[in-house]
Design a binder for this molecule. Structure first.
Ligand SMILES: NC(=O)NC(NC(N)=O)C(=O)[O-]
Ligand SMILES: [Zn+2]
Ligand SMILES: [Zn+2]
Length: 507
């Protein structure tokens, strides 16, 4: 028997059972069956994948991973070649085999704004980018996911469209924040946690919360041990000289920067002081967890969060590839593809974000993929103050993180921690985020040194390619194969026919 492999060398079934001793074997306790017809580009539900560079068990090196019934069944580390002689294997040579990425912050905008993105396009882009699980934000779809009923609408809209696994955050908004039974019904319906904004979200049916809403919401979340994700920007009560003067040119990026200074992030985090203390041992919402999304200010805001962590608050921090890849100095005036909130700041700030990530003060990465219909980006007019804020990046986050992280000396283990292990912990995904026996076989195979130019001919699966700030960039890190639950969902620039990703609901 020979395996019809998508990529990489195919080993024939021959020879002796050899060298078992050279490979250490870890076995899983159970297995589960695969999805249906057309779910995988590989016609097997029991196979091995192997390479010289597998990120597993806290190390990087030669290993083979046995996938059976959608799960990782066993891992053979060491000299896998002789061990695998009798087994069907896709040998990826020197490519990296890593846990699939878990993107805890993506806006898929369906139902209601499918012209912005959508479950089908968004999850195809995710699969092409090595993301095997994403968690959808409760806003930008219509209606927003703020109740059991609106979560049901999400699930209906997602049916048969998911190419990767998708969980859902619910919204903490003034309407439900002070009403524990409303929050409990949303949490009982299966959202993985809640998300709130401390400034206007730009979406009418997703109003901002104040610190009282947040403190009260956390008490309910504590019972469920699920996190509250917070967009931490707040318009300070008194705008200082950083505030924007009406005469400034709206096409200049510096104008946008001045309109949303680091003081907004600082003001929000100061406002969260009591909420953060409440999460400490013995606090009013002990067991709850505050997660600060898309941190941009690597100075005072980061300092305040570090202090809170040190004092025992249950707080985690995410930043996004665009804050690590770009700097304000290089954003062209009028190029609203780069508009996001909080803004991309200067290059010193970018370096400080990298340092905080490398030192472990920033815990993880997410895309904050937040597209819109292209006309809302006002690309011709180039008005930074009026354009929709949000970066389109879902498909590119792994090569972007790698291409820019290389000069800061990042390791594959760090990548796996920021993009898989820590996000899995945040979202409460117990058997995801690592290549370990018994875990769901969610895996990305990629070539770190393979360079590509993101030009017009490069396949992009986002709904709208032209609004992405990464177009035209040279990147390294090409995704070869993406497995979700043992299904080969993407390989050689092709997707599996059927969309067999699973919706994830908390129990
Ligand atoms: N309504 C949004 O999608 N907002 C998003 N916009 C950004 N980040 O520019 C966000 O996550 O805050
Ligand atoms: Zn946000
Ligand atoms: Zn967002």
């Amino acid at each position: 028997m020979v395996m019809a492999a998508a990529k990489g060398r195919v080993l024939p079934l021959l020879a002796v059972a050899a060298a078992l001793a050279a490979a250490l074997l870890y076995r899983a306790p159970f297995s589960k069956s695969l999805g249906g017809e057309g779910c995988s580009l590989l016609p097997h539900d029991h196979f091995w994948i192997a390479s010289e560079c597998v990120v597993t068990l806290g190390r990087v090196g030669p290993a083979a991973v046995e996938v059976k019934g959608g799960l990782i069944n066993a891992i053979a580390v060491g000299d896998y070649r002789s061990f695998l002689l009798r087994r069907p294997v896709v040998d990826y040579g020197d490519a990296v085999i890593m846990p699939g990425l878990i993107d805890v912050h993506a806006h898929l905008d369906e139902p209601g704004r499918a012209e912005w993105e959508g479950f089908s396009t968004g999850t195809r882009a995710a699969a092409a980018g090595g993301i095997t699980t994403l968690v959808d934000m409760p806003l930008n779809s219509y209606p927003s996911t703020v109740s059991e009923e609106t979560l049901k609408l999400k699930l209906d809209a997602a049916k048969d469209k998911l190419h990767v696994d998708v969980g859902f955050w619910g919204g903490l908004v003034p309407e439900n924040a002070l009403n524990p039974s409303a929050l409990e019904s949303l949490l009982n319906a299966g959202v993985l946690g809640l998300k709130s904004f401390m400034c206007p979200s730009g979406i009418n049916d997703f109003p901002m919360t104040n610190s009282t809403h947040i403190e009260e919401g956390l008490v309910t979340l504590a019972k469920y041990k699920r996190p509250l994700l917070i967009h931490a920007e707040r318009i300070p009560d008194v705008q200082n000289e950083d505030g924007i003067d009406g005469e400034l040119d709206p096409k200049a990026y510096t104008t946008y920067l001045k309109s949303r200074p680091p003081a907004w992030e600082e003001a929000a985090i100061k406002d969260l002081q009591r909420a953060m203390e409440d999460t400490e041992i013995g606090g009013r919402s002990e067991g709850a967890h505050i997660h600060i999304v898309h941190l941009s200010d690597a100075k005072t805001s980061l300092g305040l969060l570090k202090d809170a962590k040190q004092n025992g608050a249950r707080v985690s921090i995410e930043t996004c590839p665009h804050y690590l890849a770009f700097s304000a100095e290089e954003v062209p005036d009028g190029d609203t593809r780069f508009k996001c909130a909080p803004p991309i700041r200067d290059s010193t700030n970018r370096d400080n974000l990298w340092e905080a990530l490398l030192d472990g003060h920033i815990d993880m990465l997410s895309s904050d993929h937040s597209p819109s219909a292209p006309d809302l980006k006002l690309m011709e007019e180039g008005n930074f103050l009026r354009a929709w804020g949000g970066i389109s990046s879902l498909q590119f986050v792994l090569p972007v993180t790698w291409s820019h992280g290389k000069k800061y000396g990042i390791s594959l283990n760090q990548l796996a921690s920021w993009w898989s292990e820590r996000p899995a912990m945040l979202a409460g995904l117990k058997k995801k985020g690592a290549i370990l026996p018994g875990y769901r076989a969610d895996i990305v195979v990629w070539k770190p040194e393979a360079q590509f130019h993101l030009d017009d001919s490069h396949p992009v699966y986002h709904k709208h390619r032209n609004i992405s700030a990464y177009l035209g960039k040279q990147l390294s890190g090409k995704i070869l194969s993406t497995f979700v639950g043992g299904n080969l969902v993407f390989a050689e620039d092709k997707h599996a026919k059927a969309a067999c990703g699973a919706p994830i609901l908390a129990k």
